[in-house]
Design a protein around this ligand. Structure first.
Ligand code: FMN
Length: 213
């Protein structure tokens, strides 16, 4: 049987994003660059090999867009925004992937980062840690950080972004009807994921693919 008769090697699509095949490297955290906020040759070499190896889409590990520490901790009591968290030289990552195999696509995963705050005080099934409810102002500033991060990732050459919405992360808490007691589920959706998308398309046009995974 010829390789191109397998569906996995056929063209795929996520929204407007056209993929040369359906092989996807799932998001994998790169702590070495997040700690020093700087791209390294080791990470560039890994992504070069992934592209040359033939995957249709690479999803990066999660990049935090907003971070705050619990009160009382010495480090970083003030919230950090995406500009503070930006990895210097990140455009080298997209460049190495696109140069190594022009058909390969690369998407940046974005997440909120460390927060001891949740949509409500209802305990999370994923963690015993105590958390406080977010204020509406904080929710808006997190949304703005997502929008800002998406724009900067686009300027850095990424083909799209993936919002981390899994296993207890902040966005996943907004998706749970049992944890969003203050906001109604419709209002919560408007104020988190789809709210950020609306802000993004209002400010920057509907140029990016939207897909659900
Ligand atoms: C070392 C490591 C780092 C990971 N980092 C992330 C991450 O940053 N974001 C994410 O959504 N998933 C992350 N994952 C989960 C993977 O993307 C994947 O969903 C998971 O490993 C299950 O796929 P598998 O059965 O093929 O390993 C990570 C997994 C591993 C092993």
């Amino acid at each position: 049987m010829r390789r191109d008769s397998y569906r996995i090697f056929s063209e795929g699509r996520i929204g407007n994003l056209v993929l040369s095949n359906r092989l996807v490297r799932s998001a994998t955290w790169d702590p070495s660059i997040l700690g020093i906020r700087k791209m390294t040759d080791e990470v560039l070499n890994l992504y070069r090999e992934l592209a040359v190896g033939g995957v249709g889409l690479i999803i990066t590990g999660g990049f935090p867009v907003y971070e705050s520490r619990p009160p009382g901790e010495e480090v970083g009591q003030a919230a950090k925004t995406f500009d503070d968290l930006y990895v210097d030289g990140i455009e080298r990552l997209t460049d190495v992937v696109h140069r190594s195999r022009p058909g390969c696509r690369i998407v940046a995963q974005l997440e909120t980062g460390y927060l001891n705050a949740r949509p409500s005080t209802i305990p999370s099934p994923f963690s015993d840690a105590e958390s406080r409810p977010l204020s509406i102002a904080e929710i808006h500033s997190i949304m703005d950080c997502f929008v800002h991060a998406i724009v900067r990732m686009r300027e850095s050459g990424f083909d799209g972004v993936q919002l981390h919405g899994a296993h207890g992360g902040l966005l996943s808490c907004f998706l749970s009807p049992t944890r969003t007691v203050v906001l109604t589920s419709t209002a919560a959706r408007r104020r988190t994921g789809s709210g950020s998308c609306a802000r993004l398309s209002h400010r920057h046009g509907k140029k990016w693919a939207t897909g659900r995974s």
